[in-house]
Design a protein around this ligand. Structure first.
Ligand code: GLU
Length: 504
């Protein structure tokens, strides 16, 4: 009974803290597909619990800073529809949301660790450290076993430390990792994770340029921004023991951690940028946008790359994902990237759009296909016929180019199979009969064709196939008569007569 009561209390305590999550990219490169998945899972958890999704730019590494990376990252989030509640431009109560603007804050917190004996100054030059690394057989680690041999505030007299700092000698501040058997924490995805503490070195917290390292800034900000769940890629798992120690040394409650599984190549192994490129898998989110993937499809695909709803259901809108999402259904083993599956999601999401929205998505590609002045109503009629037949919106302009210009060639195999000796005579009769019609519609075009087939004592297919070839140049496509009504009588007749001339 008591245990039950405690569980209930613990659960209600958890619930009472409003969910606050963050996506914390470093502007060292463009947003890649793995980054978008991390952003998505954070977004979903926030929306599921009516919480807050924070964007924080971790820009303390000036050497790896890439000028337009932040613009690319925010543009990609916007394209995907992952809106954040706090962050650069939108603001919030716990900003600034750029780490480069929080420098003083980190220095203040480093001082706290120095004062409590959990950090110390280290004056070792890069040359000394390099020499130690070269000497060491199994790699050099700055830790409890070695720090006594180095130049730092633990080994030097106090006056000397003060003198060096006053003199402006370069120094870093290191975390003083106390030897203990192991550092354990609960990962929501992986369960209990433990690291041997000798594996954790005296991490640099403040660099010689006065900038914090990722570890310090990340922990200080997650605490000050009241982050409840840290959801990030598996590559950050080895950093987590350092973060756990920092929370402990500061006396703060750590957030819940969830490390997402690796994204694997279709050929197995971690999907590196190089592998992806070799396999024709785009890496940057902007490449997916450019290739014509619908944002909803990419998000749906990424959601299922690591999480499962526990049912057979696969196609979800972003709202549906937010409703269904939970961290306890995120798996820990790597997940294979599958371009065919992504394509399938793209088809599903395109089909789920209403005709007007689908047409607008198609229209967005018109310019790129040299069709900037295409009539909206006409395009919508074409889209109605092609909606179920394309995997990408832009395919309306490539797969069914014949709606926008006369075919410039005829499929060779199709001609051989479908364009029989009687085709010119039959098409010529059909064209004439179409011209004589009072009203030209899908239904009258069909009736006329069947009447002519009867009159000539042949099957309708004998006219249907060559007509399709004449109108489109190919042997497949939407219903012939529906297509004819969209193309219009004059175009149909003209193309039939051109084919008679060209194919004889
Ligand atoms: N700035 C880190 C990155 O670029 C953030 C990692 C984390 O979420 O803690 O991914």
């Amino acid at each position: 009974m008591l245990i039950m009561l405690l569980t209930v209390l613990a659960a209600s305590h958890m619930c009472s803290r409003p969910v606050r999550v963050r996506f914390a990219p470093s502007p060292t490169g463009y947003l890649h597909i793995g980054g978008l998945r991390t952003a998505l899972y954070n977004y979903l958890l926030a929306r599921k619990h009516a919480g807050t999704f924070v964007l924080r730019i971790e820009d303390t590494d000036r050497e790896r800073y890439v000028e337009d990376a932040e613009t690319d990252i925010t543009a990609a989030l916007e394209w995907a529809g992952l809106s954040y509640d706090e962050g650069p431009t939108v603001g919030g109560d716990v900003g600034p949301y750029y780490q480069s603007a929080r420098k003083e804050l980190y220095q203040q917190y480093v001082q706290q660790l120095l004062d409590s004996g959990h950090a110390y100054y280290a004056f070792d030059t890069p040359e000394t450290l390099d020499a130690r690394r070269e000497e060491a057989e199994h790699g050099f680690s700055y830790n409890a076993a070695t720090r006594g041999e180095m130049e730092n505030s633990l080994t030097l007299p106090d006056e000397e430390v003060t003198r060096r700092i006053a003199h402006g000698d370069p120094y870093v501040v290191r975390m003083k990792v106390a030897p203990e058997s192991s550092i354990r924490f609960e990962d929501t995805v992986r369960g209990t994770v433990s690291f041997a503490s000798e594996k954790v070195d005296d991490q640099v917290l403040l660099k010689s340029d006065g900038m914090p390292t990722y570890h310090l800034a990340n922990v200080v900000d997650d605490h000050l921004m009241a982050i409840t769940h840290v959801i990030r890629g598996e590559e950050w798992l080895p950093s987590t023991p350092k973060h756990i120690l920092l929370y402990r040394y500061f006396g703060w409650e750590p957030p819940a951690f969830a490390h997402l599984p690796l994204i694997l190549s279709p050929e197995g192994g971690k999907l590196s940028k190089r592998d992806a490129e070799a396999l024709g898998i785009p890496v940057s989110v902007s490449d997916y946008a450019e290739a014509g993937y619908e944002p909803e499809a990419l998000l749906n695909f990424l959601a299922l790359l690591g999480w499962n709803p526990g049912t057979e259901e696969e196609v979800f809108s972003l709202e549906e994902l937010a409703e269904a999402f939970s961290l306890d259904r995120v798996g820990s083993s790597g997940v294979q990237f599958d371009m065919d599956k992504l394509r399938w999601f793209n088809e599903q999401h395109l089909r789920a759009l209403d005709l007007g929205t689908f047409t607008a998505r198609v229209a967005a590609h018109a310019d790129a296909h040299g069709l900037d002045d295409v009539d909206k109503d006409y395009l919508q009629q074409v889209c109605a016929l092609m909606h179920e037949r394309v995997s990408f919106a832009h395919e309306v302009f490539t797969e069914s180019r014949y709606f926008f210009e006369a075919p410039t060639s005829y499929d060779q195999k199709g001609v051989k199979k479908r364009w029989k000796d009687d085709a010119p005579a039959l098409l010529s009769a059909y064209a004439e009969a179409l011209e004589a019609l009072d009203t030209f519609t899908e239904a009258t075009a069909e009736q006329t064709l069947r009447d002519i087939a009867d009159a000539h004592g042949c099957g309708a297919g004998r006219i249907i196939h060559p007509t399709r070839l004449a109108l489109s140049g190919v042997t497949f496509g939407p219903s012939l008569f529906a297509m004819m009504e969209v193309l219009g009588r004059a175009t149909c007749v003209e193309r039939m007569r051109t084919a008679i001339e060209e194919l004889g």
